[in-house]
Design a protein around this ligand. Structure first.
Ligand code: MLT
Length: 387
């Protein structure tokens, strides 16, 4: 059926990829053949980036220079910090501030005029962007609290360094590892809306800064990355209401509200990333002695599964349902959750752009025209309202 309209490109295959494999009915996800649970358990975010960009997990001799290079690329120009300061004075949303700053980062890139289509240039620019996004975000959060940005550390890994730049204190091992896992889990996920957006922009041979800026824009919506923030706001509402989580959920559904963090275009069962984050959230709760958020999420999940039968209908918890409570327990401000998603997903955007441009074809779908035919233009003075 060549002329059938597939709304939202649902199920349409537009590329071949060796990056993420998703089995939505079995709840399985792997990056380049490695199950996500094993990567979360045994590899760092840096190793995952290396895997996505180079095709195999790094040896120690490959990882060390790779990590050192990322580390050396962390600092951002004073001009970007000044812009962030102005945005903070205007109380800009952090995701919008990140979008603006990422676009501005190209001005400080000595290679910004290179034709962005060869793999080496894409990966080099990708490393710059990936290294700098956490610095931008942490600086923005501090500036809006009227605190001086903290210089990146040369000793800490990507995840721990972000928490350090945010708070000014080195995180403990549990916090650093949990955050590292969250970054790994969000690094790639097939042709989600923001990755497809980045690929579409790059397919015009626009530069990587444009592609990543557009990806951030696509990720910001509540139907994509914005949902993790909505989940935590809902959990706080439960807490403030003083109701049992099940009572709160029942009333929310009666009012016609959607429970955020449920349902996914690709998964008909629980998102495997949610399973891993649920366990991490429990571990954090135990180490911090505060089990409230885990109890709320679990009570809501049990109610929606057992009493409302949502999972049977193919609507199950997705990654956002558990990332919110993990970040909250790590003390991260709620409006940074979606920018943190971008900080991780930039790895996937770069990998997909690189892969797609190897055999680029301008992305240019069609729509079926259903408007009127054969009208003729009447001069403006002679037009009536209905013409
Ligand atoms: C993602 O990780 O990008 C989200 O789960 C959304 C998606 O895959 O469509």
């Amino acid at each position: 059926m060549p002329d059938q309209v597939r709304r939202g490109l649902n199920g349409v295959l537009v590329a071949e990829s060796e990056l993420s494999k998703i089995d939505g009915d079995a709840g399985r996800l792997s990056y380049r053949g490695y199950p996500i649970a094993e990567l979360a358990e045994r590899a760092t975010f840096e190793e995952t980036l290396y895997l996505l960009w180079n095709g195999s997990l790094p040896t120690r001799a490959e990882l060390d220079p790779f990590s050192r290079e990322l580390c050396s690329l962390r600092p951002i120009d004073a001009a970007v910090v000044q812009t962030l300061e102005r945005l903070a004075q205007r109380d800009e949303d952090p995701m919008a501030a990140l979008r603006t700053a990422v676009s501005m980062l190209s001005a400080g890139d000595p290679e910004r005029d290179l034709v962005p289509t060869d793999s080496e240039t894409i990966r080099r620019t990708g490393r710059r962007l990936t290294a700098k996004l956490p610095t931008v975000l942490a600086a923005y959060d501090r500036l809006r609290r009227e605190e001086k940005p903290v210089e990146p550390s040369e000793e800490l890994g990507h995840a721990a360094n972000f928490l350090y730049m945010l708070t000014g204190t080195e995180p403990d091992e549990v916090a650093a590892e949990t955050f590292d896992t969250a970054l790994t889990l969000h690094a790639d996920h097939g042709l989600n809306a923001s990755t497809f957006t980045a690929m579409t922009v790059a397919s015009t041979h626009a530069d990587l800064y444009s592609a990543v800026t557009a990806g951030i824009g696509a990720l910001s919506g509540p139907l994509h990355g914005g949902a993790n923030q909505d989940v935590m706001e809902a959990l706080l509402e439960v807490d403030e209401s003083g109701d049992e989580p099940v009572e709160w959920t029942r009333s929310a559904l009666d009012e016609g509200r959607r429970i955020p963090g449920w349902g996914h275009r690709v998964y008909s069962v629980k998102d495997p990333r949610a399973e891993i984050l649920e366990a991490r959230s429990d571990a954090l709760a135990q180490s911090m002695g505060e089990s409230r958020w885990c109890e709320y999420t679990r009570a809501i999940e049990t109610y929606l599964t057992d009493e409302k039968g949502l999972v049977e209908q193919g609507i199950a918890p997705n990654v956002d349902f558990y990332s919110g409570s993990v970040y909250y327990q790590l003390g991260i401000p709620i409006d940074l959750y979606t920018p943190i998603f971008a900080m991780s997903r930039v790895g996937g955007w770069v990998a997909h752009v690189d892969e797609y441009l190897e055999d680029n074809r301008l992305i240019r779908p069609r729509s079926r025209y259903v408007g009127p035919d054969s009208r003729s233009v009447v001069p403006v003075e002679e037009r009536s309202d209905s013409v």
